[in-house]
Design a protein around this ligand. Sequence first.
Ligand code: MN
Length: 298
Amino acid sequence: MCERGTVEGGTMLRGVVKKVVSVEQAEGHGARVRRSIGRKELRRLDPFLMLDEFCVRRPAGFPDHPHRGFETVTYMLKGSFRHQDFCGHSGVIHKGDLQWMTAGRGVVHSEMPASQGDNVGLQLWVNLPAAQKMTQPAYQELSASEIPSATKDGTTVKVIAGESHGVTSPVRTFTPVYYLDLQQETGAATTQPLPHHWNAFIYVLAGHISVVNEEEAVESEAHHTLVLGEGEAVTVKNIGPDRAHFVLIAGEPIKEPVVQYGPFVMNTKAEIDQATHDYHKSCNGFENAATWRSSPLS
Ligand code: MN
């Protein structure tokens, strides 16, 4: 029995089970974000902890702060961001570039805008399974030209993670994830297969789309999150007069308890207490926390 969605050519298409608007809120130091996953109406969507669409102008930003127990994925849409961490890793990511950071046992870093004007991007937090929460920190950085893409029937997809249209991302993820950036010409439609038991959502960046199956068509404009129901694929159409731009994100649920305290995401309260202790005492992965400070922007 199909609880939701319908069979189309043998494929059960996902519908929309929840639609939430992301209003701007304050975050970091003088920054503004539109929060998708992670807001009170949409606390989590296992394995995803948070998705923010940020728009930051200097001198605002996200100065020195820690992470433990998950991955932060930064994808730039406009402008550029400079990151520095407490082990000497630093760099600047520009429009279309990706930084997939596995915080694991501990990272302290700063994330600050590096261009004049608006610096816009997405930051996704992907949870780590208990077995990998204390893994060594690691970075995967792809420039815009290194992110594979495909175009078919008016839809262009950049494959940040996972696979689409026969194209596979080189990004390795602990938790199986699809992260697709899709742009559609007016009138274009595309159907993307998704593993049946994965959680999935769409966040709309621009334009006017419709998620359709035989039962319903749910329309959405920018800055909305559409949580998808069960099914094997999703069909999206651009029903507006302008180019549509959205991300489709899906992942295999980890199905473990989540205890979060700000930038620490663990399985138990005791592990959160340990993380707080380790950060303040500069040990167990946070060795450089006591002495490191990011250098100011030039
Ligand atoms: Mn961070």
